[in-house]
Design a protein around this ligand. Structure first.
Ligand code: ADP
Ligand code: MG
Length: 260
């Protein structure tokens, strides 16, 4: 039983990594969860999970220098595959190897969460969305963010990946989120999973090197991530068939252009 979900947005800083780990920890109450930092050019899962000092990361795996098991860490009730932050590591990694990595991990987990890059318009960038069964679109309740999120949805559609839902993040108390979310749902395929408020505790968790749900499990944003995870409705799949699909996924040479 396995489903791969990509967490994407149109832009950096919307909260993809925070959301990936928030959903991951919430789903880990019920499922075996593996989180992969597929944002290989702007990796930061390691800073959110107290893994900044580790030696082997996804970069070495994608460079063909290490097996994925060597870059898989047991953290906060999840399997975490962090990525390094060096430019050299990024240059030496072959994004196409991500298919085999996801396929290997699929054999041994229920849910795979891929923290996707903000810029989906490149070969490396779009692969997590190509591989995923569904994508969670992280949005801030602003027009530019919604417009960027629609591009992420377009990329998903181009590669037959469904939209699992919308996750509003950094929602300020004056954002009128009910109205914004209702309007957004007219343009997006998925429903709103939750609205996560803008709170200092989220930044404090990152500074402490812990996912929010470990740092402040009863905080308002943590509760919102659990609500979102419950609304996802993870689906049953045959692990073998899923692994085959990952292995044989076609890596786009140049992602299809997305126009707005
Ligand atoms: P991304 O992965 O999309 O670039 P991050 O998850 O790293 O985004 O979040 C970017 C920054 O915003 C981090 O410093 C994070 O702590 C902060 N942040 C994310 N969500 C919230 C929130 N709900 N309230 C306050 N700060 C947040
Ligand atoms: Mg990130």
């Amino acid at each position: 039983m396995v489903e791969a979900l990509a967490v994407a947005s149109g832009k950096g800083g919307t909260g993809k990594t925070t959301a990936t780990l928030g959903l991951g920890m919430a789903l880990a109450d019920e499922y075996d969860v593996t989180v992969i930092d597929a944002d290989t050019g702007m990796a930061n899962v390691l800073f959110h999970t107290g893994l900044s000092d580790i030696g082997t990361t996804l970069h070495e795996v994608l460079a063909g220098e290490a097996p994925v098991a060597a870059a898989t860490y047991d953290r906060f009730g999840m399997q975490v595959v962090p990525c390094g932050t060096s430019l050299a590591g990024f240059r030496e990694s072959d994004p196409a190897r991500l298919r085999a990595v996801v396929a290997d991990l699929a054999a041994d987990t229920d849910v795979i969460l891929l923290d996707a890059p903000a810029a989906l318009g490149s070969r490396q960038g779009v692969l997590p969305v190509v591989l995923a069964d569904r994508v969670v679109v992280v949005l801030q309740p602003t027009i530019p963010s919604l417009s960027d999120g629609l591009k992420a949805q377009e990329y998903a559609h181009t590669y037959d990946t469904a939209v699992a839902g919308l996750l509003f993040n950094r929602v300020t108390d004056d954002a009128n989120i009910e109205v914004v979310s209702e309007r957004a749902e007219r343009y997006f395929e998925g429903e709103t999973l939750a609205a996560v408020p803008e709170r200092e505790v989220v930044r404090a968790a990152r500074r402490a090197g812990e996912p929010l749900l470990a740092h402040a499990p009863e905080s308002e944003p943590a509760v919102a991530y659990r609500t979102a995870a419950a609304a996802l409705g993870v689906r049953e799949r045959d692990s073998g068939a899923v692994a085959d699909r990952f292995r044989s996924a076609v890596v786009p040479d140049q992602p299809a252009p997305v126009f707005q």
